[in-house]
Write a protein that binds this ligand. Sequence first.
Ligand SMILES: [Zn+2]
Ligand SMILES: [Zn+2]
Length: 107
Amino acid sequence: MICNKCGSEVDKDKKYCDKCGSKIETNIKCRHCGEPNDLGSVFCSKCGKKITNEEDKNIKIIKRVAVISIILVILVSIFAVIVFSIYFASSVSACTKNCVEGCQTMG
Ligand SMILES: [Zn+2]
Ligand SMILES: [Zn+2]
């Protein structure tokens, strides 16, 4: 059994997901007549219309792409901060070194 909300594996006899606490649906409601059908059914047993929503799949893909792009942006900004801090630190230490040397030569 897969949790509808977080997608984690849940034991068959469990009624609630131990990862996110949401109720595990053992049936899927028909979008057209509201008849509860077995989870994984493609067509409604009452009205015969298609239950599975292909739009949901697209939304899931869009969400995944959005999450991946957010992670990428975060990684790039972290990388930029690291590069900038290394560059800044090295330039500061170089400056301090120059200043100390300058002072020593002057003093
Ligand atoms: Zn869950
Ligand atoms: Zn139906």
